[in-house]
Design a protein around this ligand. Structure first.
Ligand code: SF4
Length: 738
């Protein structure tokens, strides 16, 4: 029965799509905004870029659906349905700049997907659910959304469910991880084309390698379709397409079960059962307090008119501190007034001291634990926490206050979350102080502790330690990627510095972050260590032989997909540009961040490109193997400002931004005008190359039978090679073993 419905649905979708396209002008250009992957479903599955309506017509007219009722034919009809939906949606974007009106979002750009990379990898967002259809019952809807929210799942919503949420007063939006994609069933393709970009962006898989893409989606992307209410044939067919692409479907309708691919569940348990289909387990911690607690509240803002009280902040004072003590008692203590004793709208001094004890805890972990206070406060509904240490700024909104939230509840939540997240903590005391004099007194002591910590952190360099740390968390998306974290090189996602990594490896010895004994230093400038090579070779399953910490040209570090910025080599000037993820414009190559990111994602080692964190740009060892800041020629203005203190003063004005140049030709001109050191260097190199070319010719003449290929290999073995020919430029970068 379902097989015949799917085949019928596929046939109807194909017929409708042909009819719709028929009326359109062949020359109309088709594309989605903010993606480097054309029409991702078509590009991903077929490896074909579609540029115009004519291309779309040719593609759609070439598709067919086999009539014979078999599962295989039904799944193929499903894929045809997905391609048809992509064609119809692409056409909407061809005819309008903004085909989706509020609240619907339609196509989701690459930038947002990249931003979701780290929370997905870290498991903070444990799954992506595509929820299609209608619930039909307010209470069941509330429970369904609550089940999604308390697990911090990203839900892409399609169809009537969005209106149902409006009617039930349930808020949604990307900040709440409840994303209203669209009303019509074809808009579901924007959930599918989001999923299919994961293997392309994070896995580095080439478009068109359909088996690899399906395998990746099946095994690495925790995406599941939840189809609710009555399903028509076209929806069934689209679901079949998802199954074929490795995304399972669960529904509250009766369907023939294909375990792990198509299952049925009652709506009350559908979220839990959906997660089981992908083997995702989420531990839900319950709190006995009057408001909700969980990552779903993290994006919440408390604006002035909604604020009940403000704690610490720029108009008052306060701090937060974690201290490792010999014996904590698992108590929560309030010194001073609770919020019901404070005047509405008032600003109050505030301090929180968290004392933790446990056999394996040590003072060095305090800073790392302390940074989690920010996250834990923001988990609490109606609480907004900004900044850290003595800059902390907290607001509590009227709603949560009226529901009964008090400081003792906040203390309990913080205590419970610390113990849940860090099993190394055996006991935890939370002391909240609002007494102004006491806050003042403790603040001075806290400042001394921060100062001591900072001095210690700042002074650590690579040469001072015996171990570095590795992280393979991103291997769930980029199978050969290994981050190496040193005191001079924080992780490329920017979220883990050396001390964080050290703490993480200590707190969870079997986790994804592990020690790397340095071994012998093989090249100080490039940052090549035998210990790193041994570990990286093993952890990358043999795909990376050698890694240099501080070079983008010679055996650079691998890049997963969550890097904050990319270093890219600019041949025309033999220098580097760096572009960060939030930059919306184009680099001098005429390419945006997303296009460049596509060159080195997926755990690849690509000479000339390397993903980095912005903090690494502030390291004294930044790209030292390639000449450091003296080789940096272009940065987006915003990034240049952010790292201003790290740029040598005499170079600052010589580095171009998007406001100075638009093309590489303009860049060359700019650098010459400003007298950037690279200009002098290029002239020297050109002379050197000329000399080398002469030597090559001379040696070839001298040694009969020596091929140019052999000569290149010889030069490469001697230290890497770049040959620059006039008019035609060919550059060969070899990965060099030292
Ligand atoms: S440290 Fe590296 S591997 Fe770990 S989460 Fe960040 S980018 Fe991924």
């Amino acid at each position: 029965m379902v097989v015949s419905n799917i085949i019928e649905g596929g046939k109807t979708a194909l017929k409708l799509t042909k009819e719709i396209l028929e009326k359109e002008d062949d020359n109309l250009k088709v594309s989605y905004p903010g993606t480097n992957y054309n029409l991702p479903i078509i590009y991903g599955l077929l490896g074909k870029k579609v540029e115009t309506v004519k291309d779309l017509k040719e593609l759609i007219n070439s598709l067919e659906i086999k009539e014979e009722e078999s599962l295989e034919n039904a799944l193929d009809a499903g894929v045809v349905t997905l391609i048809c939906a992509e064609a119809i949606e692409a056409l909407k974007y061809a005819k309008s700049d903004k085909p989706y009106k509020e609240p619907y979002v339609g196509f989701i750009p690459d930038e947002i997907l990249r931003g979701l990379g780290v929370p997905l990898v870290e498991g903070k967002i444990p799954a992506i659910l595509v929820v299609i259809g209608k619930v039909g019952d307010k209470d069941k809807l509330k429970k369904l959304i609550d089940d999604i929210k308390k697990r911090n799942i990203l839900a892409l919503l399609v169809g009537d469910i969005i209106k149902e949420m409006d009617e039930a007063g349930i808020e949604y939006g990307l900040d709440k991880l409840l994303v209203p994609i669209g009303e019509e069933i074809t808009s579901a393709i924007h959930a599918a084309n989001l999923a299919i970009r994961a293997p392309l962006i994070f896995g580095g898989i080439e478009p068109g390698k359909v088996e690899e893409i399906i395998d990746y989606l099946k095994n690495r992307v925790p995406a599941i379709v939840v189809a609710l209410g009555e399903l028509d044939d076209i929806t069934l067919a689209a679901g079949a397409g998802c199954i074929k692409a490795g995304v399972p479907v669960i529904t509250n309708n009766e369907v023939p079960v294909i375990e792990g691919a198509l299952e049925s569940s009652d709506i009350d348990n559908i979220i839990e059962n959906a997660l089981k289909m992908k083997g995702v387990e989420v531990k839900v911690v319950e709190f006995d307090i009057p408001v909700s607690v969980g990552p779903m509240n993290e994006g919440e803002r408390v604006r002035g008119p909604d604020m009940y009280v403000e704690l610490a902040g720029p108009k008052s004072y306060g701090f937060e501190l974690v201290k490792v003590v010999d014996k904590a008692e698992d108590k929560v203590e309030i010194i001073g007034k609770d919020i019901d004793e404070m005047e509405e709208g008032s600003r109050n001094p505030f301090a929180i001291i968290v004392q933790v004890s446990g056999d394996n805890l040590e003072e060095d972990l305090e800073g790392v634990l302390e940074r989690r206070i920010h996250e834990f406060f923001n988990y609490i509904e109606g609480v907004m926490h900004l900044n850290q240490r003595d800059q902390v700024w907290i607001r509590i909104n009227k709603n949560s206050f009226n529901k009964g939230l008090r400081l003792k509840h906040i203390g309990e939540v913080v205590k419970q979350l610390f113990k849940e997240h860090f099993p190394i903590i055996e006991k935890c005391d939370v002391i909240i102080i609002t007494d102004p004099d006491k806050v003042k007194e403790e603040l001075e002591k806290a400042k001394e502790i921060y100062k001591k910590r900072d001095e210690k952190t700042k002074s650590i360099r690579e040469e001072d330690v015996d171990v570095f740390y590795g992280c393979i968390m991103c291997q769930s998306f980029a199978p050969t990627h290994v981050c190496v974290i040193t005191p001079d090189r924080p992780s490329l996602c920017g979220s883990i510095n050396y001390l964080d990594a050290r703490a993480a490896a200590k707190i969870d010895p079997n986790g994804p972050i592990f020690e790397i004994p340095k071994g012998e230093c093989l090249d100080e400038k490039l940052g090549v260590y035998s210990g790193i090579n041994d570990v990286v070779r093993e952890r990358s399953q043999g795909s990376v032989e050698e890694m240099a910490l501080h070079s983008a040209l010679t055996n650079p570090c691998t890049s997963c997909g969550c890097f904050e910025a990319i270093v890219f080599y600019i041949l025309d000037v033999d220098g580097f540009g760096v572009v960060h993820r939030n930059f919306r414009g184009e680099t001098p190559f005429g390419l945006p961040f997303s296009s460049l990111a596509g060159q080195c994602s997926g755990g690849k080692q690509v000479p000339g490109f390397v993903g980095i964190s912005i903090a690494y740009m502030k390291s004294p060892k930044f790209l030292q193997g390639d000449g450091g800041w003296e080789r940096v020629v272009w940065l987006p203005k915003e990034l240049k400002e952010r790292v201003k203190d790290a740029i040598p003063e005499e170079l600052y004005d010589k580095i171009a931004t998007e406001e100075d140049v638009k093309t590489t030709d303009e860049l060359v001109k700019f650098l010459k005008e400003k007298g950037h050191p690279i200009v002098k260097k290029s002239e020297d190199v050109a002379e050197e190359v000329e000399e080398k070319e002469e030597t090559v010719v001379a040696e070839k003449e001298e040694k009969e039978g020596l091929e140019v290929g052999e000569m290149i290999t010889k030069l490469a073995k001697e230290g890497g090679i770049q040959i620059i020919m006039k008019n035609v430029k060919i550059v060969i970068n070899f990965n060099v073993k030292k």
